[in-house]
Design a protein around this ligand. Structure first.
Ligand SMILES: [Zn+2]
Length: 449
């Protein structure tokens, strides 16, 4: 049976600007975007009038942690939270599930665990760790969208960090598949700030000084060298140090196959405002000073930073050391998936950016990065993944309204600009007024498409 739906709106956000008209969906695809509803249209009609229709958001950096650490986060909870933020596709990291996604056997366990639990579309990254070079071809052939590696301790011992030689080897392999290698760029070195932080474990500024910009800068310089040497696609995840921007600019000007993401928390939160002992703000690299973060905004505006991804990485409250406030012991990771849109939009709006900028940073650019020509934009023939929202509305998610497994988040209870009304996956309405109304409509996106 063919299902037809027309949505009429004054604000359809297309690659050619915001237009007034109707968007027609049939069999999970956008078949038409037009100024007027055709007179012979015989499907369902939805009036969105003043509301905006936007391409579904894509978050390429999410730690779902299932199987094995499902008590931290799981497919059902994460994909419901995603739908609440207008996210229609997310890509799961190879850690912190157990086992980690570093070979095909483990990837199959991951796919099995995801079965019947996906409320939005989900893809997967594989992992590079010391010693798994012989697994990488098979992992890529089995459908992971690319590979992820660390240059510093990942936070869990079953995903050890790689050395330069491992990365060079991984880049030579991944180049054949035209897929990216995602790298957590911090090169850890001993320095006096580490001891200082141990003596002041609840002090945010001492935590910040313990993970200096130089760690990121050195790691990024190394990855740029490897990118040049191998001509493979290197992707820098969650850039925090603005000091690395000039070398990224040079590398891009040189034509290297280099892309960069930053995260909402580096753009919307500043070290100066973080109270001591508030471990919900702990992540690595750390949230830095306002002056640094303003430069990240400039780089996002100029296109030097390609897109924004949440790096949603929650943990149970005891591992977050919520009661002790000990930043040296707390799990490093911010729970932000459900706030992906509202947190970024609030700050973007304050800085006079538009909904079209949001569509670029959270949808079109991540789709380009993933090589998906049928997602990330509202146009004829594209997948009907989109959401209806009011950028002039407001959102406050109290802890009961947060769909993450754990409700601890720096964004909980805070008022934000913009309100998501409805989210559609593959042409079907799945989420309405902060409730999942149509479960399990997400599909697995494999790389061998
Ligand atoms: Zn991450």
């Amino acid at each position: 049976m063919t299902k037809k739906l027309a949505i009429i709106s004054d604000h359809i956000v297309t690659p050619n600007g915001v237009i007034s008209g109707c968007l027609i969906v049939k069999d999970g695809k956008i078949t038409e975007i037009d100024e007027f509803l055709p007179g012979d249209f015989d499907g369902e009609i939805e009036m969105a009038k003043d509301l905006f229709i936007m391409p579904g958001l894509i978050d390429p950096h999410v730690h779902i942690n299932e199987p094995g650490r499902t008590q931290w986060e799981g497919f059902e909870t994460a994909t419901t939270a995603a739908a609440a933020s207008g996210i229609t596709l997310l890509v799961d990291m190879p850690l912190n599930s157990s086992p980690v996604t570093t070979n095909v056997t483990n990837f199959k366990l991951k796919l099995e665990a995801a079965k019947d639990k996906l409320n939005v579309n989900v893809g997967f990254w594989g992992g590079v760790i010391p010693g798994n070079r012989n697994e990488l071809d098979d992992l890529l052939k089995s459908g992971v969208l690319g590979l992820k590696a660390f240059l510093t301790h990942s936070g869990i011992d079953d995903f050890p960090n790689t050395e330069k030689a491992d990365l060079k080897n991984a880049l030579q392999i991944i180049k054949k598949y035209n897929r990216p290698l995602l790298v957590h760029c911090e090169l850890t070195e001993d320095h006096p700030g580490i001891a200082e932080h141990k003596n002041n474990p609840n002090d945010y500024m001492s935590y910040l000084r313990s993970r200096p910009k130089e760690w990121e800068n050195k790691a990024i310089a190394m990855m740029i060298d490897l990118c040049r040497e191998t001509e493979a696609h290197v992707h820098i995840v969650h850039l925090s140090s603005a000091e690395a921007l000039p070398m990224i600019a040079e590398a891009k000007a040189e034509g290297l196959n280099l892309t960069v993401e930053t995260a909402q928390h580096y753009l919307t939160l500043n070290a100066e405002d973080i109270p001591n002992g508030e471990t919900i703000y702990k992540c690595a690299p750390p949230i830095r000073e306002r002056e640094n973060n303003n430069k990240l905004w400039d780089a996002l505006k100029s296109g030097l930073i390609d897109f924004v991804a949440t790096d949603h990485s929650p943990a149970p409250p005891d591992l977050k050391e919520i009661s002790s406030g000990d930043l040296s012991k707390a799990w490093g990771g911010i729970a932000g998936l459900q706030f992906a849109l509202c947190s970024l939009w609030t700050e973007a709006k304050r800085r006079n950016f538009s909904v079209e900028d949001i569509a670029k940073w959270l949808s079109a650019s991540p789709a380009d990065f993933l090589g998906l020509s049928n997602k990330g934009k509202l146009e004829n023939g594209a997948d009907a993944d989109f959401f209806i929202w009011d950028p002039n509305g407001t959102t406050t998610f109290s802890s009961e309204e947060i769909h993450h497994r754990h409700k601890v988040s720096p964004y909980s209870g805070k008022p934000f600009a913009g309100k998501v009304h409805k989210t559609f996956i593959n042409g079907e309405l799945i989420y309405e007024n902060n409730k999942l109304i149509n479960a399990n409509k997400g599909t697995v996106l494999l790389g061998n498409f």
